[in-house]
Design a protein around this ligand. Structure first.
Ligand SMILES: C[S@@+](CC[C@H](N)C(=O)[O-])C[C@H]1O[C@@H](n2cnc3c(N)ncnc32)[C@H](O)[C@@H]1O
Length: 254
C-alpha cells in the first residue's frame, strides 16, 4: 500500500515511521509512506502557501493551487483533477469530516493507495474540498492545530491492518473494535505482582477455556464501558446468553 501525505511540516512525521510496527511494515514492503511538502509545489520566489481569507477575519487559509499541483504531480497526472479523484481516496483531514473509527480504517486498508491532505491555520481553501478531495475525515470532535496528527493516526490504524504487519497472525482481528467489542484484559509475567494474581485459566494451557474466558471478558468489558457497541457487534447465541448473565448481575447489583 502507498500512502502519500501532503503537509507544510514534513519534519513532524520522521520519527513515527521509523519505529515499531510501521517500520516493520515499511521494511517488509507492505507499506510505503511518502511525505510531501506542499511548499515545494507553491509558485513564485516566496513559494506562498497561504493567504488571508476573503471577507476578512483572523488566520490564514491554505491556497488551492499548491495542493492541486502536489496531488497531480504525485500521481503523475497533468491538470485533470477529476482523473485523480477517480483513482483512489484523496482524503482531507478536517474536524468537519466523518468521524474516524475502526470500520473506516478497515475500509481504507483495502485500498492500494491513499492521499492524505493536512490542513493548517484556518483550514484549506474550500475548492480543495469541492474539487479534489474524495473523502473528509475527522479524528474527533475537537480542533487540532494541523492535520498532521490526524494523518499519523489514520496511517497508523490502516498500516497495522495490512496483512503481515503485526507479528502474530490474526492479532488485529482480536483488537478492540475489530468485531464491535472491546478486547479483554492482558497479563504477562510475573504470575503474582503486589498480591495480584494472573487468572488461573490463562495459566491452564486449556486453549478452549482460554478462548471462552477471553470472549466473556471482552463482552463484560464492552457491557461495562461501551454498552452501545453491543447493538452492532457480531454476537452468537453463546454471547447473548452470557450478556443475559451480565444483565442479571447488574439487576442484582453484583
Ligand atoms: C485549526 S484547524 C482548522 C479548523 C477550521 N477552522 C474549522 O473550524 O473547521 C487546522 C487544520 O487542522 C486539521 N484538523 C484540526 N482538527 C482536526 C480533527 N479533529 N480531525 C482531523 N483534522 C483536524 C485540519 O486539517 C484543519 O484544516
Amino acid at each position: 500500500m502507498q500512502i502519500d501525505i501532503l503537509t507544510l511540516f514534513p519534519e513532524l512525521f520522521t520519527t513515527h515511521f521509523e519505529t515499531s510496527i510501521l517500520k516493520r511494515a515499511r521494511d517488509a514492503g507492505l507499506l510505503n509512506v511518502s511525505v510531501h511538502n506542499i511548499r515545494d509545489y507553491a509558485q513564485g520566489k516566496h513559494r506562498v502557501t497561504d493567504e488571508p481569507p476573503y471577507g476578512g477575519g483572523g488566520g490564514m487559509v491554505l491556497k488551492p493551487e499548491p495542493i492541486f499541483d502536489a496531488v497531480q504531480a504525485i500521481i503523475g497526472l497533468n491538470s485533470d483533477s477529476n482523473q485523480a479523484r477517480n483513482q483512489f481516496p484523496i482524503i482531507l483531514l478536517t474536524p468537519q469530516g466523518r468521524l474516524f473509527n475502526q470500520s473506516i480504517a478497515q475500509e481504507l486498508a483495502t485500498e492500494n493507495r491513499l492521499i492524505l491532505i493536512c490542513g493548517r491555520y484556518e483550514g484549506v481553501d474550500e475548492r480543495v474540498r469541492q474539487q479534489l478531495a474524495t473523502d473528509e475525515i475527522s479524528i474527533g470532535d475537537y480542533v487540532l492545530t494541523g492535520g498532521e496528527l490526524a494523518a499519523l493516526i489514520v496511517t497508523d490504524a490502516v498500516a497495522r491492518l495490512q496483512k503481515g504487519a503485526l507479528g502474530a497472525e490474526g492479532a488485529a482481528e482480536a483488537d478492540s473494535h475489530a468485531d464491535g467489542l472491546l478486547e479483554g484484559p492482558h497479563y504477562t509475567r510475573p504470575e503474582t505482582f503486589r498480591g495480584m494474581q494472573v487468572p488461573d485459566v490463562l495459566r491452564s494451557g486449556h486453549a478452549v477455556k482460554i478462548r471462552q474466558w477471553r470472549r466473556e471478558q471482552a463482552l463484560r468489558r464492552t457491557w461495562q464501558r461501551r454498552p452501545e457497541l453491543l447493538l452492532n457487534a457480531n454476537l452468537d447465541e453463546e454471547d447473548k446468553q452470557f450478556l443475559m448473565i451480565l444483565a442479571e448481575e447488574s439487576i442484582h447489583g453484583m
